[in-house]
Design a protein around this ligand. Structure first.
Ligand code: ATP
Length: 319
């Protein structure tokens, strides 16, 4: 559905180099990205600020012409075949709107139907689904400029889907939203992805979006792909471990050993202990602990995605 081969984008910028002089410098925003995304995949495309995410998305959607390499989306070359591509893709860029600010939401939707020449029945069915899943009915009659950010984002998602795109590109779809609106947008996208009808490519700084929605994670830094695989694979690569946190009735005996686990934290006069689970399942570790000491409370803590991604960014920080 999406293929890139050594895709590149350079920008020439002028930087000050003395009191009156400016000199040209080339910024390699995307420095050779090779990707293959199959129909129905939900892919998180993440990276630190300035990594090249938006630039990649702009090349995939035909907004920017690549400086080099190949790109194909839905079998089309995005820039030369941009009009045709627009019928096949939907785009939600957090900062930019595709709605008419002075019109009520439902009139924007009606205009989009005409622009994309969507048959009335198809349009009605898609709108019905979005109205139900995104709870649009309370604000369909309100001009877009008066909508809250969360309401507008739900409108944007609907607008991007009314022509039945095969690929949906989302750039920071939950940025600035309150927790309830974030949940609504995530649930909607999860449901959409579960149908397998739409391929989803999502950039975000909110890693909860990725955890909730994406099986596959592509991490880009300095314009290059530094990880392409599952979140689990990333945890494995960085040795992230689940941990077992226990509140004990009595202090942990000196020299206590829990097979397969490493004691990594001791607090509250040895009444609260944390074990990293290296080579043992949580069940076996819990059983081992319960057999040896008297326990008040127990929890198994999953490895933290924020933590592992921060380590990945730090490890690729060298210029
Ligand atoms: N139009 C432009 N002209 C010059 N440089 C640009 C332009 N657009 C992007 N860049 C530079 O290209 C690099 C990648 O930018 P890009 O916006 O793709 O990053 P990003 O990963 O989307 O970052 P963020 O998470 O901050 O949105 C940055 O160094 C940026 O300054």
């Amino acid at each position: 559905m999406i293929r890139t081969n050594e895709l590149r984008k350079d920008f020439t910028v002028r930087v000050k180099s003395g009191r009156f002089r400016r000199e040209k410098r080339v910024v390699e925003a995307v420095a050779g990205v090779t990707l293959s995304i199959e129909p129905g995949e939900m892919v998180g495309y993440i990276g630190p600020n300035g990594a090249g995410k938006s630039t990649t998305l702009k090349m995939l959607t035909g907004v920017l012409t690549p400086s080099g390499g190949d790109v194909e989306v839905c079998g089309l070359r995005p820039v030369p075949q941009r009009t045709k591509l627009a019928l096949n893709i939907g785009v939600v860029f957090g900062q930019r709107s595709q709605l008419w600010w002075d019109l009520p939401l439902h009139e924007s939707f009606a205009l989009l139907r005409h622009i994309y020449r969507v048959p009335a029945a198809e349009h009605a069915a898609r709108l019905r689904r979005c109205r139900d899943l995104l709870d649009l009915d309370d604000f369909l009659d309100i001009p877009v400029r008066q909508l809250s950010l969360g309401q507008r984002m739900r409108g944007e998602l609907t607008a991007a889907l009314l022509h039945g795109p095969r690929v949906l590109f989302l750039d920071e779809p939950t940025i600035g939203l309150d927790v309830v609106s974030k949940q609504a947008v995530r649930s909607f996208l999860a449901e959409l992805g579960a149908t397998g009808d739409v391929t989803l490519v999502l950039t975000t700084h909110d890693l909860a979006d990725i955890e909730r929605l994406c099986e596959r994670l592509v991490v880009i830094d300095h314009g290059r792909v530094v990880h392409d695989g599952t979140i689990d694979a990333l945890h494995t690569r960085y040795g992230s471990r689940r941990s077992l946190v226990a509140d004990l009735a009595d202090p942990l005996p000196d020299g206590f050993v829990l097979p397969g686990a490493t004691l990594v934290g001791v607090e509250a006069d040895r009444h609260r202990v944390t074990f990293a689970l290296d080579g043992v399942t949580a069940g076996v570790a819990v059983a081992g602990l319960v057999a040896a000491v008297s326990i008040r409370d127990l929890s198994v803590v999953e490895p933290d995605i924020e933590d592992v991604v921060a380590r990945l960014y730090a490890s690729t920080d060298a210029p």
